[in-house]
Write a protein that binds this ligand. Structure first.
Ligand code: UDP
Ligand code: MG
Length: 336
């Protein structure tokens, strides 16, 4: 690994999506800036307010008068964490971009270790939770099962326990910004872009007030979405099962034909008919439903709506007059 040549002044951007985090912004912001002071870092901090309903935005705006390095983006409604991250990456101009949660579960004190790995030459340094003990046995078993299933059906293997807390070099950020898909399964996206990456262990802190937006139900939906986004294996499963059933039906037909020729007709086969009709129609419906899932995704993508809409930008970039959905359009043009 060749160490990164950083003679030029470098800019670090921190991107933080927040949704109803009024309980933590007043702790997070001073903690971040005092860390920058201690480490002698020049960093931009971009908060993306994902349609919070509480005082998050007002608190952020109040801090922005004190810290000019703050850029605040307010989305027009709640678009979900993945899209809020996309909005933040579109805004970030740093040579390296660090993503972190706004609830202080991702301790800012890990940032220097991320930067150290980046200087060594790695393009991505991702945070890995040292333990998942806080999660409970059921959650852990489910997540292990998910990683196993995902990695067996997808061509893009993902690293267990690596989440959104990470540093990415400019070229990684630009690669991710080119992926404008609506179904944004971030773990898959991170792994799809590739590049040289390394793990940095950290301890997840307790949430600083407020509550998690990710219930077990939402996590399950996310897992399912991820598999649909990064694998067409379910479609193949349907095909193979269909072929197996058809083959079995043919064999059974042959068997009945031979038996009828040799022994004549015995009791009419009501049971076998009803069973095979039910099994086959059930299977066709399952298969249709599966195709519908992929079709629905194609529909979502071909509509080509903007990923998100910006309501307001406060801070440096706001002063430059970037606002509204045009932001995405002009920035996208710069990409291609
Ligand atoms: N978040 C967001 N939009 C959402 C849900 C969450 O921007 O629709 C933010 C949230 O404010 C936090 C981060 O994403 O900064 C992680 O969310 P959360 O803590 O709820 O998830 P968990 O830590 O339980 O996985
Ligand atoms: Mg959290």
């Amino acid at each position: 690994m060749t160490p990164r040549d950083l003679r030029e002044p470098t800019l670090i951007s921190i991107v933080i999506p927040v949704f109803n985090e009024e309980a933590s912004v007043d702790t997070l912001i001073p903690r971040l800036f005092s860390l920058f002071g201690r480490e002698g870092l020049t960093a931009d901090v971009i908060f993306v307010d994902d349609g919070s309903k509480d005082a998050t935005w007002d608190k952020l705006v109040a801090w922005s008068t004190r810290y000019p390095a703050l850029t605040l983006v307010s989305l027009s409604r709640n678009f979900g964490k993945e899209v809020a991250i996309a909005a933040g990456l579109d805004m970030a101009e740093g040579d390296a971009v660090i993503l972190m949660d706004g609830d202080l579960q991702h301790p800012p004190e890990v940032i220097p270790s991320f930067l150290a790995r980046w200087r060594e030459g790695y393009d991505i340094a991702y945070g890995v939770r040292r333990t998942r003990e806080q999660d409970g046995a059921f959650r852990r078993a489910m997540s292990r099962a998910f990683y196993r299933v995902f990695n067996s059906v997808s061509n893009t293997p993902i690293t267990p326990d690596a989440g959104d807390f990470r540093l990415m070099d400019r070229k990684v950020v630009d690669a991710i910004r080119r992926m404008r898909e609506r179904a944004r399964f971030m773990k898959g996206i991170y792994s799809w872009v590739g590049f040289k990456s390394t793990a940095v262990e950290f301890d997840v802190a307790e949430r600083q007030g407020g509550k998690s937006s990710f219930s077990s139900g939402r996590l399950f939906a996310l897992a399912f979405d991820g598999i649909l986004s990064f694998s067409t294996a379910p479609l193949r499963v349907a095909m193979y099962t269909g072929a197996a059933i058809a083959f079995a039906a043919l064999a059974l037909g042959g068997f009945y034909l031979v038996r009828t020729l040799l022994l004549g007709i015995d009791v009419p086969g009501y049971a076998s008919i009803i069973v095979s009709v039910l099994a086959l129609s059930g299977f066709s419906m399952l298969q249709l439903g599966l195709m519908g899932l992929y079709l629905g995704r194609i529909y979502e993508e071909v509509k080509a709506r903007p990923l998100y809409l910006v309501r307001e930008v406060v801070g440096k970039k706001g002063a430059e007059g970037i606002s509204g959905a045009d932001t995405n359009v002009t920035r996208l043009k710069n990409l291609v």
